[in-house]
Design a protein around this ligand. Sequence first.
Ligand SMILES: CC(C)(COP(=O)(O)OP(=O)(O)OC[C@H]1O[C@@H](n2cnc3c(N)ncnc32)[C@H](O)[C@@H]1OP(=O)(O)O)[C@@H](O)C(=O)NCCC(=O)NCCS
Length: 192
Amino acid sequence: MNLWVRILRAEPAMGDALGREGVEARRALSRRALALAAEAMGARLGPERHGEHGQPLPDGDWHSSRSHARSCAAAACAPFALGVDVEEVLPRRDELVPRMCSRDELDLLGGFTWERAFRIWTAKEAVLKKAGVGLLELSACRLTAVDGDRQAWIHHRGRHHKVEQLSRDGHWVAIAHDGPEETEVKWRWSAA
Ligand SMILES: CC(C)(COP(=O)(O)OP(=O)(O)OC[C@H]1O[C@@H](n2cnc3c(N)ncnc32)[C@H](O)[C@@H]1OP(=O)(O)O)[C@@H](O)C(=O)NCCC(=O)NCCS
């Protein structure tokens, strides 16, 4: 089975929108990305419902996940659990680095750069969103291996979860899923 990840790049004006208006515009973009992902998967999704940690609940057999960054949104849906995350690679305050990843994790990638820190962060967020817990279990998540720049493995709740990743236009996108081994992740990146 192909598993489509739809990524929509926003108009520049949306990236600059601040406050509540900006958040709502990014949310709307991620909902559009999800509608396109659902269409590609042949799924019909009803209104989104959320669980106690804010996680989207499955709609019948269909699980879904959305993510929004400043000027980009990503989403996917499938008949198995999945988590998607997108982040823009932007230098932040140095104190944030230890919250995102450990020195051992960075060493697996060749040492610290913001690019690598965001790669690790999106991989963890994808796994935590798949579990439906979000950042509540961030400290229980660990990067254990990488293969090139497309695959990473995160240990969480006694399992090694494979994460597939895409780096493009200054962003990292990550997806973790519980589908069959032969599932092929397909990325589609387009303007909104
Ligand atoms: C989930 C979480 C990691 C999202 O991080 P983020 O990078 O800020 O946001 P993203 O753009 O990647 O994803 C946002 C989407 O994730 C989904 N989401 C929210 N909570 C989630 C969870 N626990 N598990 C999986 N997905 C979740 C929602 O669809 C959300 O979209 P919305 O903001 O339009 O409602 C973070 O919000 C979190 O840890 N939440 C759980 C913590 C918690 O329980 N807080 C109490 C709130 S009820």
